[in-house]
Design a protein around this ligand. Sequence first.
Ligand code: KIV
Ligand code: ZN
Length: 515
Amino acid sequence: MKDQLFIFDTTLRDGEQSPGASMTAAEKIRIARHLEKLRVDIIEAGFPAASEGDFEAVQMVAAEIKDSRICGLARANPGDVARAGEAVRGANAPRIHTFIATSPIHMKAKLRMEPEDVLEKAVEAVRQARNLVDDVEFSAEDAGRSDEDFLCRVFEAVIRAGARTVNVPDTVGYTMPNQFGALFERLIERIPNSDQAVFSVHCHNDLGVAVANSLAAVQAGARQVECTINGLGERAGNASLEEIVMAVRTRQDVFSCDTRIDTTHILPASRLVSSITGFPVQPNKAIVGANAFAHEAGIHQDGVLKQRETYEIMRAEDVGWSANQIVLGKHSGRNAFKERMLALGIVFESDAELNQAFARFKELADKKHEIFDDDLQVLVGESATDSNADALKLVSLKTVAQTGTVPVADLVLEISGENHSCQSSGDGLVDAAFKAVDKLVPGSRSLLLYSVNAITAGSDSQGEVSVRLEENSRIVNGQGADTDIVVASVKAYVNGLNKLHAGRHRVNPQSGVAV
Ligand code: KIV
Ligand code: ZN
């Protein structure tokens, strides 16, 4: 019998810490439902002490999800731990994850604490958490740069205080796989009560080795991996769930453990996270990139046709690639629509919500004859982001472009309930349309990123546009989709502006800074 390798997904917490990736509670629930379908063991739903909104989102995920443990993050202080305990109380299987930094540089420069005080705080936080829930995890932040003897003492003490999982994060992505694997081996060997806790690994990708480091730790005895869908996360991101799961599954000859993940849900989860956060997946990304299973060179195609194993080490359908067939069209009815949505894990809370999404579907089906699962995901994403509370709404857009002339955009925006119109020219249609928005909604923001992706194949595909905007050090992503990419661009820009103006402030758990 192989050991179970627990998959701890932190897309909704560490992934969300990535600038611009913040999600609403409704978006978190949609992702959490997918994670549950994937059979993720633990979902880290957020950092409840960050803000009232974050607290409520964790509470809602805890109430909704039944088959995965729900975890809330807490710094090692009484306020955070109590808040996390309250947020996960309604879960079937709640977990509190508390952490404190143990590296010399973090203790001195960030915490301004002596090592002995750090150790004491860690133990107190674990004890307090154990009074609230049975399942407590402790992380030694920046373990990768911590003194090994001190790490051993801290882990031994928190296990004695009741931590069931001890996590070893490479917070700044500094270690190398052989080094990190050896550290796990020594920790497990040296800590006298190491058999009373699951050792967990948590890696960041600053040097591009987060997955390699995580796998080295697993080979050395770690039995929980913390990771995110698409490797989403601060800076270069976290270790990617899909790469870890598929490496362990594909190389069962190398690993003495396996996960319980249903890999066929990997691609839909990747698409969903990308469309909600506005972080596109690079085409050559392992497992979920558009080219991951594409065989372009003739010689490869020939080999694959004769026997697929010549060039394929995994089957595309095993990670969800074949699922995206034509599913609905212009004549599909409300029931067929609702059924397909259910199969995608999308549940409508009310008839009004279903009707609104169905009306959008009909609108899209008039423009695009074949509707794929990815179109449906985006359509629901749009309904979710299109909140009644939004101050700005796109009413209409007329664009004129011809070779040799300057493109012009005529725009009508609803601003706080009133229609305002404006015309602008620009270097291209998108530029003209954005300039028209800027005239109606002046501000000092800058556009950090603009990207367009075709959601499906074919020239009638919807274009999905992502923009990243920055204003007064706040960064947000906006998304929009339409068969007309200029309209999709304006929708994305307006969505980003609505998020900027909503001004949702929260505290980053690691830096303590309000963002
Ligand atoms: O990277 C890190 O150290 C973390 C901890 C809070 C676990 O995300
Ligand atoms: Zn992290």
